[in-house]
Design a protein. Sequence first.
Length: 374
Amino acid sequence: MPIYLDSAATTRVCQEAAQAAYEAMTEGFGNPSSGYAVGQQAAARMKACRETVADSLGCLPEELTFLSCGTEGDNWAIRAAVEYGKRRGKHIITTAIEHAAVLEPIKALERQGYEVTYLKPDRKGHISLDELTAALRPDTVLVSMMLVNNELGTILPVAQAAQAIRDSGAPALLHCDAVQGFLKVPFTPGELGVDLLTISGHKVRAPKGIGAQYIRKGLELKPLLLGGGQERGLRSGTEPTAQIAALAAACAAWRAEDREKLAHTKAYTLDRLRRVPGLEVVSSGDAPHICAIALPGYPSEMLVRDLSDRGICVSSGSACHKGKPSHVFAALGLPKRTLMGVLRVSFSPENRQEDGDALAECLTEITKNRIAMR
C-alpha cells in the first residue's frame, strides 16, 4: 500500500461511508419519489441523511441541495447568481487562485460581456481585503471566493468579504467554494455570511459523484435542471441515494480531533521537510491539511514520478490541471527555478508521522543522487 499524501485531490472512502452506500444500494434501493413503502423508506432515509449533512455544515436541511460534485455546484452558483443580478449589473469579482470550476465559468461569462476583477494573492497566497473592498462597485453582482485554497492551504477572508459587500451596498451575491474547507476548518454558512456555498463528498472520505449546495433561505434561484421536480424543483432527477447515504456517513464519521491530528501531522512533516537540502516551503498553509513545498531546479513531474516509484503519492498541484502548469503557484510570482519544482502535500486523518519521515527521506535521497551524478 503506497503512502498517500494527496488527500486534497481525493480521499480513500471510509468504511462507514462504504457500508452506508452498500446498504442503500442493496436494502434501501427504492426510488424516493415512489408512493409505495420501499420508496417512502428510501425517502425517509434521504431526509435523515440531509439532516446529518446539514448539521455537519451548520445550516437548515432545506438550505441544502444535493449535487453530483463540487464542479457542478460552482458552475450552478455562478450562473444562477449572475442571472439573479442581471438587471443590476455585469461586474464579477473573484480571485486569481480559485479552482478551475470557478475560473472557467467566469471566463465564459467574461467572453459574453461580463467585466471581471481578478484579485491577486500576495507571495504567501493570501488575498487582500482592501483590494476586494476597492473593487466593489454598484454593478457588482457576484463575488466568488474560495474558503481554503486547494494548492496552498491558505484561508481566504470570506466572512470579511461578506461584511465588505454589505458595507458597500453592492447588490452582489457571495459564493464560496468550500470544497477544501468543509470539515477541515470550523465554519458555518451563517458565520461566513455567504449566499451560496459548495461542498464535495470525495474530499471528506465519501465516494466521488456526490456534493451539495448551500442556498441561503429566502434566495430564489433559477433551477439547475428541469424535470420531475426533485430537490425542491432546483435539481430534477432521481436522487443518488447511495452516494447521499455515503456522504452523510462520512460527515458523521468526522470528529473534532481529526482536525487536530491533521494539523499535528502536517506540522511534524513540515519540520522534517525543512531539513531536506535545498527544499523551500512555499506555503505552510492556514488549513490543517495542505501545504506546498519546492525543490528549486527539480521538475515537479519528475519528482512526482520518482516519489511514486518509491511508494509515495504527492502531486504538483490540483489534479484538475492534468499536467499543465498550476495557475495558483504561477500567481505567487515565484522565481522560475522554484516554480518548476513545486509539490503539494496534503493529509488525511489516516496519515502518521512516519509518512512525513518517509517523504523527507525520499526527497533527501533524490537530492543526494542528483549531486552524486554531477
